[in-house]
Design a protein around this ligand. Structure first.
Ligand SMILES: Nc1ncnc2c1ncn2[C@@H]1O[C@H](COP(=O)(O)OP(=O)(O)OP(=O)(O)O)[C@@H](O)[C@H]1O
Length: 210
């Protein structure tokens, strides 16, 4: 059954066509790499799925529900969207973690165990929880954003260049963390070959016909 269905999506900015009659069907559990040269429209696709675009043609369905301004908050609750721009929050890292847990029905010890496991997998020291998020390095912020997405309890992930700032070992680790769970549906925009090696489907925007 299709989880995400994009039908004839067209997007133009200032008279320039970015996406033209773009179609995509995503089934639950798919692991998709989206690649293609800079400025071709990869991030625009994600913004449209998350309902940030106003002037587009075509339709996007998530879980059979058409994405539109009336239900966009329900859509955003289902999808974990992680960006390369990580300057997303103020406060201590622990405050951000508490915020994620506050949205979850299940706040028991499993949450804490899961947090410890994810932090260790991402080579994050427990000390980082007491640090101010905005004072972290680019790679640390990136890993915290990934950790928050992994803790969110969501099972659909849109990942936009999330491994660009990480070393090769961490790139491989992150790909495994997102791609090895058969229940998760993951769309990842990246230039890193680690995603391509494990993806079930590769969409090359450079090869698309406009
Ligand atoms: N809101 C907007 N208004 C005008 N132009 C926009 C807007 N959003 C995106 N664009 C333009 O659309 C094009 C596609 O941008 P997009 O961010 O989707 O590219 P990309 O393929 O993700 O590139 P990169 O790999 O560099 O991140 C770019 O030329 C960009 O300047």
């Amino acid at each position: 059954m299709e989880l995400l269905d994009i039908q004839n999506l067209s997007v133009s900015f200032d008279g320039k066509t970015i996406l033209s009659d773009f179609n995509l069907s995503v089934v639950k559990g798919d692991k998709i790499l989206i690649k293609g040269k800079s400025g071709i429209g990869k991030s625009t696709l994600f913004r449209m799925i998350m309902g940030f675009g106003k002037h587009h043609l075509g339709e996007i369905f998530l879980d059979k529900v058409k994405v539109d301004s009336d239900n966009i908050w329900d859509i955003r609750k289902k999808v974990a969207y992680v960006l390369q721009d990580t300057d997303i929050a103020e406060g201590k890292v622990s405050d951000l973690v508490d915020e994620v847990f506050s949205f979850k029905a299940n706040k028991d010890a499993y949450g804490k165990e899961q947090l410890e496991r994810i932090m260790s997998d991402l080579f994050l020291s427990p000390r980082i929880l007491n640090k101010e998020y905005m004072k972290l390095s680019g790679g640390e912020k990136q890993r915290i954003c990934l950790m928050l997405a992994l803790l969110s309890g969501k099972d659909i992930f849109l990942l936009d260049e999330v491994t660009a700032e990480l070393d090769v070992t961490l790139k491989q680790k992150v790909v495994e963390m997102f791609f090895d769970n058969p229940q998760w549906t993951v769309l990842s925009i990246s230039h890193d070959r680690e995603w391509e090696d494990k993806a079930t489907k590769v969409i090359d925007f450079s090869g698309k016909v406009n």
